[in-house]
Design a protein around this ligand. Structure first.
Ligand SMILES: Nc1ncnc2c1ncn2[C@@H]1O[C@H](COP(=O)(O)OP(=O)(O)OP(=O)(O)O)[C@@H](O)[C@H]1O
Length: 735
């Protein structure tokens, strides 16, 4: 496009853009010589404080860069929640490069930006532009392979502390399906608020005190009717949390479905619940990845309106969005556009059209600017726009004074130096205390809440429980019938050996496949809550280790009872207890191995990998059969690496070891070789084994699998190293 064409195009838009104007037309000057930004006129400052949308440009003396004072609003808190600081986020020369099989790839190319508190910022761009990458980096979800600077309120960001103030709502609504909305929120509140609710905050809420008085009254006077209502409340969660939860429910408009199970919610309601869950601790910064994906037009509008409201209350709300409708586009306070990893626009949505016109792309008034900008994007345009906007160093602001006169104009504000707001955490303290990094609630609180939450969902999975019951009962009847009465039979001792293998295999497969198939999706949910600092990994891990125990013990015992007595094993309590102990322990260890596999790979890989792992273990477990005392040391060592060996030896020892009396033989048998159980154990290569050693061996494997599973989950939470292993492997193969 020629210069004349550009000028003509410019003339067609009413607004004018002047890069130079921004310095000359500043409305308020700050005495730059003494460098004291606090010299604003008091009234002016108050006006700024009360105005959430106005962006002012200040000029300072020539030797100082242009400085903009971001307008501040006190963040609206949930009535009795701890007050949170407003947080501005800025980034400079942000580069993100990843290693791919084809070499290094730069995804974000030295971009700059400034996202203000009190603003709803939309990161927009075509598919693959780098929106999610930028969001992940700003939220702290990705922290490696990054160059550049990220600041909060003008100070270098402390990631651990920042995480305490921010919430990241991922694209997928990862929610607990078998909880109601109110339950989900109350668990979130109990986990997330914890220590933060100071006594002072509690006192501030007069309504809260009123509730407390009423409860006191109810408790003392034993007033039945009111007591019934209040005792129900108290059973579910503490009264403080009830207030928070109700407030959030109202705020997000999900009160109507408070008693609906999460799995029954509509897409829009799920999204609002996802936001609500992160809102209970009143975070000043909220990141949302594609919050409108999968929603219908009405739900999208509701969702964005909600985000606008949250931002208006002083929060910094940043979301990625693909291509919003025109009406939606104008709801954002700030638009940050990316194309091929570079910033092509940064500023008010209203200034996009004049900005594009300036380089010769004129958008018709009836056309959606958000569609138009991506339609005109080609290589040259991207380069040109990136240059004009200085890769995000410039912010296009609305000048309200001009707008009030109904003249649409735009200005470019340079964003070189922003007046430093108080550091986010520096409320009269210069050093970060250890308590600043702690989780909101203690380990024991997290553990008990998570255990309660998991158990509740576990019990509500009625179909799963019935299936498990029938699976145990049916398998027990089947195995018991096949090996009916063989326990005392000295003529067919190998039948009993096969019976023992069946029991071991049953416990292994019953308990290993569940976590292999379900844990990959559990890990995703865990990642959201763990990343948003609801609880520590340790408390989650211990709670999930215990949740499945009761059903495992109950159904496992039922299985053992049936098979033990149907197969006519010796009626000796000590043998029965040992048999049951080994069986149940095998199940528990197998579950640990399942968790290890499920937390390391996806369920398709896990489904293939698990039998592939178990087959050699089983082969090693039975290797000694027939070899008796002559198992080679190498094989002995290999056999010791299979936990199934300990299970099998343990079960057989419990039945035949420890000086068991001779077995009964068929009268017709002239010679009954295995009527002496010691001979059987000897020929199976299990002679002289102590049951205690088998329990010790099983315990070692149990601990090993669980510890390995814990670290596998931890690696998954860190979001990097495991993914890089295939790359390293491919590189290694290529030499
Ligand atoms: N870890 C990674 N390794 C290799 N490539 C990556 C990695 N992360 C992102 N990319 C690539 O970087 C580009 C930008 O990805 P990103 O997900 O940020 O884009 P996006 O703008 O959010 O796209 P969409 O709107 O389709 O979700 C894509 O081409 C993606 O394939």
């Amino acid at each position: 496009m020629t210069t004349e064409e550009k000028q003509a195009a410019m003339a067609r838009v009413k607004s004018t853009v002047s890069f130079a104007d921004m310095v000359d037309d500043q409305d308020v000057g700050v005495d730059g010589d003494d460098g004291d930004e606090g010299h604003q006129d008091q009234d002016e400052e108050e006006m700024l404080l009360n105005d959430t949308t106005r962006t002012r440009v200040f000029s300072v003396s020539k030797d100082r860069p242009i400085t903009r004072i971001p307008t501040r609003v006190e963040m609206k808190t949930l009535t009795h929640k701890a007050k949170r600081p407003a947080v501005d986020i800025e980034f400079h020369d942000l580069t993100y490069a990843v290693n791919t099989t084809a070499g290094q790839r730069t995804i974000l190319k030295g971009i700059n930006g400034f996202f203000r508190s009190g603003h709803l910022t939309a990161i927009m761009g075509p598919s693959g532009a780098g929106k999610s990458s930028l969001m992940n980096i700003l939220a702290g979800y990705v922290s490696s392979d990054i160059k550049g600077q990220i600041l909060t309120n003008g100070h270098p960001r402390n990631m651990q502390l920042f995480k305490k103030l921010s919430s990241y709502i991922m694209q997928e609504d990862l929610l607990q399906p078998r909880l109601t909305v109110i339950e989900s929120l109350s668990y979130a509140a109990r986990l997330k608020i914890g220590r933060e609710l100071s006594k002072e905050d509690k006192k501030k809420s007069s309504s809260l005190n009123a509730w407390k008085k009423r409860i006191h009254f109810v408790q003392n006077r034993n007033f039945f009717f009111e007591g019934k209502i209040f005792s129900t409340c108290l059973k579910t969660f503490t009264i403080e949390l009830k207030f928070t939860v109700n407030e959030v429910l109202e705020l997000l408009g999900v009160s109507v479905c408070r008693n609906t199970y999460v799995e029954k919610l509509s897409g829009g309601q799920r999204k609002r619940l996802s936001v609500a869950l992160e809102l209970v601790n009143n975070p000043p910064v909220i990141f949302l990845d594609e919050p409108t994906t999968g929603l219908d037009i009405v739900a999208i509008k509701q969702c964005v309106t909600l985000l606008v409201d949250l931002a208006k209350q002083g929060r910094t709300v940043v979301c990625t969005i693909h291509q919003p409708s025109s009406s939606l586009y104008h709801m954002f306070d700030h638009v940050y556009m990316l194309a091929r990893g570079s910033c092509i626009y940064n500023g008010s949505p209203r200034q996009l059209v004049p900005f594009l016109a300036q380089i010769g792309h004129v958008c018709k008034p009836t056309y959606n600017p958000a569609d138009f900008v991506f339609e005109v994007l080609d290589n040259d345009t991207i380069v040109e726009l990136t240059k004009e906007i200085q890769n995000g160093k410039m912010i296009l602001c609305d000048d309200l004074d001009e707008m009030e006169k109904n003249v649409s104009t735009s200005k470019l504000c340079r964003n070189e130096t922003l007046i430093a707001l108080p550091p986010v955490f520096d409320d009269h303290k210069s050093q970060i205390k250890e308590s600043d990094l702690e989780y909101p609630s203690s380990f024991s609180t997290q553990f008990s809440i998570l255990l309660e939450r998991k158990t509740k969902q576990f019990i509500r999975n009625k179909i799963g429980l019935w299936i498990s019951f029938f699976h145990h009962a049916f398998s027990a009847l089947l195995i018991g019938s096949i090996y009916y009465g063989i326990g005392l039979d000295g003529s067919h001792p190998f039948e009993n050996f096969k019976f023992c293998i069946s029991v071991v295999v049953f416990f292994v497969y019953t308990h290993i496949m569940g976590p292999v198939l379900t844990f990959p999706s559990e890990v995703k949910l865990l990642r959201r809550e763990y990343f948003n600092r609801w609880y520590s990994l340790k408390s989650y891990f211990f709670a999930s280790m215990i949740t499945s125990l009761p059903s495992m013990l109950l159904f496992g015992s039922l299985f053992i009872f049936i098979v033990y007595f149907l197969s006519a094993q010796p009626i000796e309590w000590i043998r029965f207890t040992q048999f049951m102990g080994v069986g149940l322990f095998t199940g528990y260890i197998s579950e640990g191995l399942g968790v290890l596999i499920g937390s390391s790979v996806n369920n398709a890989t896990g489904a293939v990998m698990t039998p592939a792992l178990l087959a050699p273990m089983l082969a090693l477990a039975v290797y000694g059969m027939g070899y008796g005392l002559v198992i080679e040391p190498l094989m002995e060592t290999l056999m010791a690496t299979s936990f199934l060996r300990y299970s099998l030896v343990g079960i057989l020892t419990s039945l035949f070891g420890d000086g068991r009396a001779d077995l009964a033989c068929n009268k017709a048998d002239l010679y009954c070789h295995y009527k002496n159980p010691d001979l059987l154990l000897r020929d199976l290569g299990m002679s002289g084994r102590s049951i205690t050693n088998q329990f010790i061996g099983l315990t070692v494997f149990g601990v090993l699998f669980r510890v390995a599973a814990y670290y596998a989950i931890k690696l998954r939470m860190m979001n990097q190293p495991l993914r890089k292993i295939p790359l390293y492997f491919k590189k290694f193969l290529r030499g």
